[in-house]
Design a protein around this ligand. Structure first.
Ligand code: GLU
Length: 346
């Protein structure tokens, strides 16, 4: 079984843009122990931009995309080197995998990638994953590394996703403010809609909760916990109460549908009528073009589209059976999306 562990930039980059070697050392030690025990671990690491921008000679973190790309190119080299060094005393090899969303949007490429991960695990090595920020553009970004980590967890069919950060988990309000309490149960974090609130924005907790929900819907539980200190991963694996736990949903979702939902970006939207919506949700039917009220975006057959009901809510995603123009023609008998190529959302 596989565990995916993600470390955020604040855990990786210290003052002056230096690597927080003690954090990497301790986590590598724990990961090596887990691997020696027979489980596989995949690391998802941020920090490329954080380690790189000072090397560009800039006074502060840039905002322009080309400079961010350049910073990540310089920082990624250091980041991988730092992980290599952290694993070296344990004789565990670290392999670098840099991904963009485009790499997982093609089903065949997705499956090849899974094979590559498996081969790395088989060798007793640890894949160290980051987004390929130097080539990612707005259209092909995962958004953030929390989302990337959840995607990777789905890809490698992980049994657990651990999102490590500077704070000990999800708090009821900004950690350190009076009355702030650590929530042990992710369900209460969702109820309190902490993900949407900006009070915790500094910790980027919103994106972690979204990532945990994504993993949950793929049957993978998540722990959000503090990543500093001597023992972090082992106590979590031993079931000690650490951080905030999100349970997995019990629904068995087939891998193809998980890829469709999370791996394949949507190129357009189909607004459907109430009858079509009911037929899809309750009848397990395919979507016919006559049920489509309007078509947004340009796409070809085989591209992913979101399905929107009359209430304006996205309720499904599917691979279009025809291109945007053909579907917009609402030709009688034309299948817009086959039921096997459709996943319900929510
Ligand atoms: N890929 C970015 C980096 O390595 C981090 C993105 C994130 O943390 O969400 O700097």
């Amino acid at each position: 079984m596989t565990i995916v562990v993600k470390l955020g930039t604040t855990l990786i980059v210290g003052p002056g843009g230096r690597v927080r070697r003690s954090v990497l050392r301790e986590r590598a030690r724990e990961v090596a122990g887990i691997v020696a025990g027979g489980e596989s671990v995949c690391i998802v690491t941020s920090g490329a931009i954080g380690l790189g921008w000072q090397r560009l000679g800039l006074p502060k973190r840039p905002t322009e995309v080309p400079k961010l790309q350049a910073a990540s190119a310089l920082g990624q080299a250091r980041l991988q080197q730092a992980w290599d060094r952290a694993f070296a005393p344990h004789r565990v090899a670290a392999g670098q995998i840099l991904l963009t969303a485009a790499d997982v949007s093609d089903r065949a490429a997705y499956l090849h990638l899974r094979n590559a991960f498996e081969a790395i695990f088989k060798a007793g090595a640890v894949p160290v994953v980051n987004e390929n920020d130097a080539t990612a553009t707005d259209e092909i970004t995962f958004g953030d590394n929390d989302a990337l980590a959840a995607q990777v967890a789905v890809l490698v069919q992980a049994r657990l996703l651990i999102l490590l950060t500077e704070v000990d988990g999800v708090y009821t309000r900004a950690p350190g403010t009076p009355g702030a309490e650590l929530l042990r149960d992710g369900a209460s974090a969702l109820e309190a809609e902490i993900g949407a609130a900006s009070s915790l924005g500094t910790g980027g907790m919103g994106s972690k909760i979204v990532a945990a929900q994504m993993a949950a819907s793929a049957g993978i539980p998540t722990v959000i916990a503090g990543g500093v200190g001597k023992d972090v991963l082992l106590p979590i694996l031993q079931g000690e109460p650490r951080g905030t736990h999100f349970r997995a949903s019990n629904d068995e979702v087939p891998p193809f549908k998980l890829w469709l939902r999370f791996g394949k970006p949507a190129s357009g939207r189909l607004i459907v009528d109430a009858g079509a919506r009911t037929a899809l949700i309750e009848g397990g039917a395919s979507l016919l073009a006559v049920g489509v009220v309007s078509v947004e975006g340009r796409f070809d057959a085989g591209d992913a589209v979101e399905l929107v009901g009359p209430d304006g809510e996205v309720f499904a995603k599917g691979l279009a059976g025809a291109d945007a123009q053909q579907i917009a023609s609402r030709k009688r008998g034309l299948e817009a999306i086959h039921r096997d190529r459709l996943v319900l959302i929510g």
